[in-house]
Design a protein around this ligand. Structure first.
Ligand code: SAM
Length: 245
């Protein structure tokens, strides 16, 4: 996968792209990052990339020319149909489902805004997707794009050693993940549930699925509306509902 990142602050990415899974993904040639400072594309003699908003008001707005030209040049070099992703608090809320969808792509271009945001014509004529990482406003799109890149890249086949490790993750199954325990069995009087030491894989799977349902019911009941449940699981959920009443 090729990932281009258009930003005015490329050095912000240095730590994040060069550690852990993202570093390994590049070493394995499974992903290639290209940081582009779109100021370099400005035709303004002072390399300005922003201007006052028409109609007045606070703050500066990113002008269309540098971003149109930077994206145009990246698309010209690409054989693939790139997805052009605008980071904006007004976008579609980013989810694990969207991460799975983007992990299938060969070329992603991230647009990181700053100041008051972008000239509307960028939205209308350059972008394929508008994404928000949550209902709050960041100073710039850099942190949002790092969050999205991290969650997408870890899903590219071959990057995580064990496919199961993301298939069981929260949201991938539609539920929150079950609780996890590791050694020691007894930590300061707090013990691990015995079923996990039983060696009975069927029982362990049943316990995990139930705990996953319990946890989702307690913390994120909104997720349960979209999940396929067996008759047994539905009964278990009904018991949880009765108990809460
Ligand atoms: N005035 C804009 C508005 O109200 O929609 C907010 C501009 S914000 C200060 C500057 C930039 O940060 C945005 O253009 C966007 O790229 C990024 N940004 C801020 N919050 C974000 C969020 N929740 N998700 C994704 N990007 C965000």
């Amino acid at each position: 996968m090729k990932i281009d990142i258009l930003t005015l602050f490329p050095t912000m990415f240095e730590g994040v792209l060069n550690e852990s899974i993202l570093k390994r993904a590049q070493e394995q040639s499974l992903v290639q990052f290209n940081l582009v400072n779109f100021r370099d594309f400005s035709l303004n003699k002072h390399q300005k990339v922003d201007d006052y908003p028409y109609g007045g008001g606070a703050g500066m707005v990113l002008t269309p020319q540098p971003i149109f030209d930077a994206v145009g040049s990246l698309l010209k070099q690409s054989d693939e149909n790139a997805r052009v992703l605008l980071m904006t608090p007004q976008g579609e809320r980013f989810t694990q489902k969207k991460a799975e969808e983007l992990a299938e792509e060969k070329h992603l271009i991230f647009l990181c805004g700053h100041y008051e945001g972008f000239d509307e014509r960028i939205r209308e004529h350059v972008v394929t997707d508008e994404l928000s990482i949550g209902d709050y406003v960041l100073t710039g799109g850099e942190l949002a794009s790092m969050v999205i890149i991290d969650s997408v890249v870890r899903l590219i086949p071959g990057i995580l050693g064990n496919k199961q490790s993301y298939e069981q993750d929260s949201f991938s199954t539609g539920l929150l993940e079950h609780p996890q325990y590791t050694r020691p069995y007894d930590f300061r009087g707090h013990q691990v549930p015995d079923v996990l030491l039983s060696g009975n894989h069927k029982k362990i799977e049943e316990w995990r699925r139930k705990e996953s349902l319990r946890r989702t019911f307690e913390r994120r009941p909104d997720l349960l509306t979209d999940v396929h449940l067996t008759e047994n699981e539905r009964q278990f959920l009904n018991q949880l509902i009765q108990k809460k009443r």
